[in-house]
Design a binder for this molecule. Structure first.
Ligand code: FO1
Length: 306
């Protein structure tokens, strides 16, 4: 079964790691969010692509949810001594990837080409495509002005009130090579349990992606919201800022009209009726992935629901 997954960071990485145990990893194509990308110390960082890569390579620091396991931060300490910015923690081994990617980008290579080489070198057998090779950056409007996503999420710890969200550059961006074909040819298009506004939203903002989703008859999402709250992160704040109810029904609304099925959590009593009322099939499963077993179990539920 060929699966094409729209993925953000942490929540997506867990489900994808489970999926890679349930289907042939070679049948899994991931379209990764690049709206979180940032320039740190002059280096191009692609947090969501890297989180998915490290997860599928078995090297993700699971406790943190990003970066490499067994990481050290000596360069960060040295940067602090020099008075450099250190609110975005780049680990020493992680740094190699950013140095390597930045040099390749400056040499004219596309993010797609670079991502394919990195995943190959790390032994990842699934295909990871950036949503676009063109720059699309999520920016957040707060009472004190506009912030880049990482400034909002990491530096300001997602505390500021959110007035608006913008995907800067989206209107000029094209889907990366293979993205539209992957969505069209998939037996299952899966929207991972990522933040609908700042992880999935940027992917949807790339012209051509929503058209491909509308043409698919199998689009299934996994709700990142259980009851009235996200499993983790600022999804609630960001959904409210977009006028979306912070619930599984709010997620279904965000993905209307191309969403066919939404996997909702066993703990969420109201979800099945509320989602069903929107004309979306609700599938109930344990969506709280607290360990490998629950990651694989959820992946099995997803594949079983096709
Ligand atoms: N998230 C943090 O909360 N603090 C950090 O210092 C941090 C550093 C970091 C470095 C590399 C990387 O790939 C991800 C990193 N993240 C960090 C996560 C990042 O903010 C992601 O954008 C979020 O996981 C949301 O997708």
């Amino acid at each position: 079964m060929k699966v094409a997954a729209l993925a953000g960071g942490t929540g997506a990485a867990k489900l994808l790691r489970g999926l890679a145990q349930v289907i042939d990893p070679m049948d899994l194509t991931i379209v990764g969010n690049t709206g979180d990308d940032a320039e740190v110390w002059g280096l191009h960082v692609s947090p969501d692509l890297d989180t998915v890569t490290y997860a599928l390579a078995g090297r993700l620091d699971v406790a943190r949810g990003w970066g490499l396991a067994d990481e050290t931060f000596h360069c960060l300490d040295a940067m602090a001594t020099l008075g450099g910015e250190t609110w975005f923690n780049l680990g020493d081994r992680d740094l190699a990837l950013h140095l390597w990617r930045t040099r390749a980008l400056r040499g004219g290579q596309s993010l797609s080409t670079i991502t394919a080489e990195v995943t190959r070198r790390l032994g990842v057998r699934s295909r990871l495509l950036p949503m676009s090779d063109d720059p699309v950056r999520t920016r957040i409007e707060t009472p004190d002005g506009w912030l880049d996503f990482q400034e909002y999420f990491v530096r300001e710890k997602a505390q500021p009130a959110v007035r608006a969200i913008a995907y800067v550059g989206a209107e000029r961006a094209r889907p990366a090579p293979g993205v539209v074909e992957a969505l069209r040819d998939a037996d299952l298009v899966l929207v991972c349990p990522s933040n609908p506004v700042t992880s999935v939203g940027p992917i949807l903002s790339v012209p051509g992606v929503v058209d491909a989703l509308r043409a698919s008859r199998t689009v299934m999402g996994v709700s990142p919201i259980i009851g009235g709250a996200p499993v983790s992160g600022p999804a609630g704040t960001l959904m409210r800022a977009r006028g979306l109810e912070v619930s599984a029904a709010g997620v279904a609304t965000a993905y209307a009209p191309w969403l066919r099925t939404l996997v909702v959590d066993t703990r969420d009593r109201e979800a099945p009726a509320a989602v069903g009322a929107l004309g979306v099939r609700a599938v109930v499963a344990d969506t709280l992935m607290t360990d490998r077993a629950t990651e694989v179990a959820l992946a099995r539920s997803v594949i079983g629901a096709v």
